[in-house]
Ligand binder design. Sequence first.
Ligand SMILES: *Cc1c(COP(=O)(O)O)cnc(C)c1O
Length: 362
Amino acid sequence: MISVLQLARPEILTLRPYEHAAWEPAFERMHANEMPWRASQEDSAAGLNRYPEPQPQELIEHLAELYGTAPDNVLAGRGSDEGIDLLVRAFCRAGEDSIMICPPTFGMYKVSARIQGAGVVEVPLLKERGYALDVERVLAAWNDKVKLVFVCSPNNPTGNLLDRAAIETLCSKLTDKAIVVVDEAYIEFAGVESIVPALARFENLVVLRTLSKAYALAGARCGALLAHKDIVALLSGVITPYALPTHTIESVLLCTDASHRAEAQARIQTILREREVLLNALAAVPAVRRVWRSDSNFLLLQCVDVKGVLDAAMSGGLIIRDLRSNPLLADCVRVSVGTPEQNARLLRTLERLPGAVSGDAA
Ligand SMILES: *Cc1c(COP(=O)(O)O)cnc(C)c1O
């Protein structure tokens, strides 16, 4: 057992996981209290009358190949959201332990911690340095109750990649102290390699990948947690039995085959071109004070008047993300890059809005 596993809750380390009905496709199933007939007209290949294979081998091998790691290092779940939840539940004792996050960032880390009764230590990203990771302050803020450090790269909602060397410094300085969870939900849009190969060097590194964004499968609910095999084995005893629905397994295998990967690559290229077009055009819109550069498929905008911008978008039939509830982004919105037609429509609605009155504080 790797030493970083000692960070897990003792009850989880000694847990005897639920025993699934054995997966023996060579036999006819009379061991899982399923109906022996299928519902009429349901269109799955496997039959929805049957429980799916837990951590389906073919899917796991496929995800391992897609993400450049070994099957032992892959846990598949219902989106990377499930990976976040499993980590918090397995590593944080309620009322005792904490996670660390670097705001402004993805909201689910904090929500999962709150649900578990875990604390949240916040070390903000450095806005003046383009929302860079503040490695020194993360390390200074660590204490032995902090079990998980979440970093999101590219970060949602600021859009920027975090420095790879800085993340690796965290992994190395926090060896045996905390797990560094790198959420790479948008890495396919960043034009850089994933941190996945570094799993071989850091036992305390966990990488989250998702099919929801670049692979256009948000509705399938499938993500992968990539980690040392001992961490994967531990969490596979915590994940709900038969977590992945049959339809999800079948759609993911279909929509990540060679031809769909080529399709995804082509669409990513279109999004990247549109992102730059939209960024440059928005930068010239009077109602937009600032647009941040992005390594993802969305843009963060600082607005003269957020409500005016949201209303204008809605008048064009478009909804963009209101970030006003985040005190660090009180005058900001987030825009997902859409089709060329949608992007042009958004621009038309925003171009009509007034800019700042001269003398207004930026
Ligand atoms: C969208 C998103 C996710 C969630 O992905 P699912 O796989 O759909 O659960 C995770 N992390 C970040 C940063 C995201 O923006």
